[in-house]
Design a protein around this ligand. Structure first.
Ligand code: UN1
Length: 513
């Protein structure tokens, strides 16, 4: 991207070379002395410096969010939906710019950057519809002339902690739903992608201001985990913390929020496998495995990390896969010919190298890749996508490495494939490729995949927003986005109403003086 293009992009999204990291609708502020430098993962170019929020700024944000809750919860839900509809329109207008910024700051290729913005638009649409359907059932009372029902009420300000790899979409999944549910949002984005957060907040601010809404319904607080993150998770004014990140981080959040009996939605590590049966359409399986493992440079929670391939087709499939890998153009994420951009930073490259070394030591055989490549654009963040043949039991395979490393292994019987499949600590996404109904249904049955997401003839990554998103085991157990995930953002209330006048105790209990 030329300097001129960058300046145009910055102007359109309200970004400047020097920014402050806290906002609740009005001016941006931040009194922290330390600055985050946002640098392009591809070139190392300094994009902007962001002053971090400190304790005082956090207090100001929380003050705004708690008072905004009182006003926002009183706005009828469909009206809140109308505001979210307008956010969706504004995002459509800025889609190209935001998509470019995601590519520039995070390093995913442009089509994926645009796809991520599309996810924001989609969840806004979803939330608009949901705003008229925040409904509970009416239940039959055992008492005469009584009615029972269930209501869903706004919960309070929601803390959202998001990761670098989806620097805008995951926030939108949470915010669009939280807002229609009547909850303000306090967002701590990843310090590796602060500009994406600032740009999104600027879009939302314009819509909220045009509607005369008070400050505090949408808040951003960019700061250190030790300062801002720790305060958020311990803060009982945030009844729900929705966090995306590593399992290590999630265990800490779960413990602190659990100690105050708060709620969490945790979307943590995945170790997603794709089973490829000898009864599969291999063209589809190949395309899906390739996108799942190489897409986003393997930096999705849902990235395909393991292929469990039937022994009959193993050699042919691997040969085709490696042919595809050889054609991957690694380079500038904004160049339309590029298929794989850089990793987020040098630490990610170290993790990639360490995993490959460990895999070799643990008996793995590198079938393709395994190398850091000469930096095409200046920063040592470019690697070759890698295929390693290894046993599922190797300890490196049991870990999620956030890099384009794919472990491949063979199976003979479906039961063995399922055992390998589930034999990891994580449980986010999974898939089988097969044309056999029996195999497909087995995979989706109680003895099949133990993950939160299980697909047939669809890869592990690239989930639509309409489904509940999340996983089991060390993935954390929460659900975001579609289906009935909205319920986590509301307070459930059971109501019994006596319209007959006479007092009846439940269970036939008699009690009178
Ligand atoms: C993530 O990696 O945290 O399923 C989110 C997908 C995306 C979302 C991934 N829709 O790949």
């Amino acid at each position: 991207m030329t300097t001129q293009e960058k300046n145009r992009l910055f102007k359109a999204l309200g970004l400047k070379p020097r920014l402050a990291g806290a906002n609740c609708g009005g001016e941006w502020f931040a009194s922290g002395a330390d600055l985050i430098e946002s640098r392009s993962p591809a070139t190392g170019e300094l994009l902007a410096k962001v002053a971090q929020a400190d304790v005082k700024d956090y207090a100001r944000i929380m003050q705004a969010a708690t008072s905004a809750f009182v006003a926002w919860r009183a706005v009828p839900a469909p009206r809140r939906g109308e505001i979210v509809r307008q956010v969706g329109v504004a995002l459509r207008e800025k889609k190209e710019m935001l998509g470019r910024l995601v590519s520039l700051e995070m390093g995913k290729i442009l089509t994926e950057g645009l796809g991520e913005v599309q996810e924001m638009i989609d969840i806004c649409d979803y939330a608009v519809g949901q705003s008229r359907c925040l409904c509970g059932p009416t239940l039959q009372s055992e008492r005469p002339m009584h009615r029972m029902m269930e209501q869903w009420q706004p919960l309070g300000p929601i803390g959202v902690i998001s990761a670098f790899n989806f620097p805008v979409a995951v926030w939108a999944w949470n915010s669009a739903l939280a807002w229609v549910c009547g909850d303000p949002v306090v967002w701590k984005p990843s310090s590796k992608a602060p500009l994406c957060a600032i740009a999104c907040q600027n879009v939302v601010n314009e819509v909220f201001r045009a509607n005369g809404l008070p400050e505090g319904i949408s808040c951003v607080v960019i700061g250190r985990g030790a300062t801002v993150g720790e305060r958020m998770i311990a803060d009982s004014r945030l009844p729900l913390i929705s966090a995306t990140g590593s399992t290590r981080m999630g265990k800490r959040i779960g413990a602190v929020v659990g100690a105050r009996l708060g709620r969490t939605i945790l979307e943590l590590g995945g170790n997603n496998a794709l089973i490829i049966s000898d009864k599969a359409d291999l063209t589809g399986a190949l395309a899906s495995a390739f996108f799942g493992a190489v897409g986003t440079a393997g930096q999705r929670c849902t990235s395909t990390r393991r292929l469990i391939i039937h022994e009959k087709i193993y050699a042919t499939f691997i040969a085709k896969l490696v042919t595809n890998y050889k054609k991957v153009r690694v380079g500038d994420p904004l160049d339309p010919k590029t298929l794989m951009g850089p990793l987020i930073d040098e630490d990610a490259v170290k993790a990639y190298e360490a995993a490959i070394k460990a895999a070799r030591q643990q008996g793995g055989k590198v079938l393709y890749g395994g190398k850091v490549i000469e930096p095409p654009l200046g920063r040592r963040t470019f690697v070759l996508p890698t295929v390693i043949e290894i046993d599922n039991g190797a300890s490196i395979v049991q870990h999620e490495t956030f890099a384009p490393i794919l472990y491949v292994m063979k199976y003979r019987k479906l039961d063995d494939a399922l055992r390998l499949h589930n034999d990891v600590p994580q449980g986010l996404s999974s898939a089988i490729f097969t044309d056999s109904v029996a195999e497909a249904e087995t995979f989706l049955s109680w003895k099949g995949s133990d993950c939160g997401i299980a697909n047939v003839n669809v890869g592990t990554s690239g989930a639509e927003i309409g489904g509940a998103f999340g996983g089991e085991k060390e993935t954390g157990g929460g659900r975001e986005s579609g289906s009935d995930s909205w319920k986590a953002y509301m307070r459930r209330q059971t109501n019994t109403v006596n319209w007959g006048g006479e007092i009846h105790l439940a269970q036939g209990v008699e009690f009178s003086a």
